[in-house]
Write a protein that binds this ligand. Structure first.
Ligand code: FMN
Length: 337
């Protein structure tokens, strides 16, 4: 499935404006596989990006969020009241939303996107079949063996196996608390013994040695997000890039405070203050905190921004995608020889 790529290196889809067309195409041009992130975008926005990637003739992928609406209950309203009081701001009443699921599925079908990946759950057998019959490779993000087996039963061509070190949201099929301390490489070796379809390993991979070790543990390819956050082609805003590299933040943590779903990011004041109040309710909490995050961006205040990053953020390199990619592949080749 990845044999035609020069390197088995995939750029993680990163929603929130980070996965630009420039980022995806630069990764594919350099011999990896670039990904667009459809999450939170309107169908018109992602269509424009797909058209540009298609025109390049390079391989690329599109990632979709599988809808998972938790019932909006009293806990969401209490969190809303608490935030409104603290910030002296009127927040939107959260409503269920499916992130334009049907419209986005139609787009990946219309443009026969070469790789389509899904996160936050596994689509039905019928949908996976349709996308595959249309000529796309289907990848489903999983975080454990149980989810991997479900994805295989439902027809996925490959799994993206996400370790707990990963930046951004956990791709668990359900919005539940987890207690996992298993490292990515342990997870890969355990799951490799049980399944035969390709494994894309993701989570805290930042250099060529990490790539080599993940491949040695049994992965067929790797997916890197944090490693590309500070490249020139990344759409991460200046305050985010600064926070990642300034030394102001010393660690990451998993939090529900910004979106209602567990995600790993730089540990900031917002996380510390609201960790015990934030309900496990996605995407309602994500809509709720949007105005607070928008104001933080306007004020360039990283303490109220969601600064998604992996446990290895201190080793991020700057430069163009070409610079970062050349270093990764040089290191990888040195370990392989
Ligand atoms: C800023 C950011 C945004 C992310 N957005 C998405 C997304 O839209 N879809 C998705 O499947 N994964 C998303 N992820 C998770 C990554 O795809 C996945 O965990 C990654 O391959 C490993 O990332 P890492 O190298 O940062 O650990 C995001 C990660 C980050 C850091």
């Amino acid at each position: 499935m990845f044999r035609h790529l020069k390197y088995p290196i995939i750029q993680a889809p990163m929603a929130g404006g980070i996965s630009t067309v420039e980022l995806a195409l630069a990764v594919s041009e350099n011999g990896g596989l670039g990904f667009l992130a459809a999450g939170y975008k309107t169908p018109e926005e992602i269509e424009q990006e797909i058209v540009q990637c298609n025109a390049s003739g390079l391989p690329f992928g599109v990632n979709l969020f599988v809808p998972q609406n938790d019932t909006i209950d009293e806990s969401v309203h209490s969190y809303k009241e608490r935030l409104e009081k603290d910030y002296d701001i009127q927040l939107p009443i959260p409503e269920p939303n499916d992130d334009y699921w049907n419209e986005k599925l139609e787009l990946v079908m219309k443009y026969k996107v070469p790789y389509v990946s899904f996160t936050f759950s596994c689509p039905s057998k019928e949908i996976i079949e349709q996308v595959k019959n249309n000529g796309s490779h289907v990848i489903v993000t999983v975080t454990n063996l149980k989810e991997a087996k479900i994805a295989i039963d439902l027809g996925a061509n490959a799994i993206c196996l996400q370790g707990v070190e990963a930046g951004g949201h956990r791709g668990t099929f359900e919005n539940v608390d987890e207690e996992t301390n298993v490292s990515l490489n342990e997870l890969i070796s355990t799951i490799r013994k049980e399944i035969s379809i390709p494994i894309i390993a993701a989570g805290g991979i930042i250099n060529g040695k990490d790539i080599y070790l993940a491949l040695q543990a049994g992965a067929d390819a790797v997916q890197l997000g944090t490693a590309f956050l500070c490249t020139e082609e990344s759409g991460a805003n200046a305050a985010y890039k600064q926070a990642l590299q300034s030394g102001e933040f010393s660690e990451t943590a998993l939090t529900r405070t910004f979106s209602g779903r567990l995600a790993r990011g730089l540990k900031n004041d917002f996380m510390a203050k609201y960790e015990s109040f934030a309900p496990a309710n996605y995407p309602a909490v994500n809509s709720l905190t949007k105005p607070i995050r928008a104001k933080a961006l306007k004020d360039q205040n990283p303490q109220d921004m969601s600064l998604w990053a992996s446990t290895r953020f201190k080793e991020i390199k700057q430069g163009t995608v070409k610079d970062v990619f050349e270093q990764l592949t040089k290191e990888l080749l040195s370990y392989q020889s």
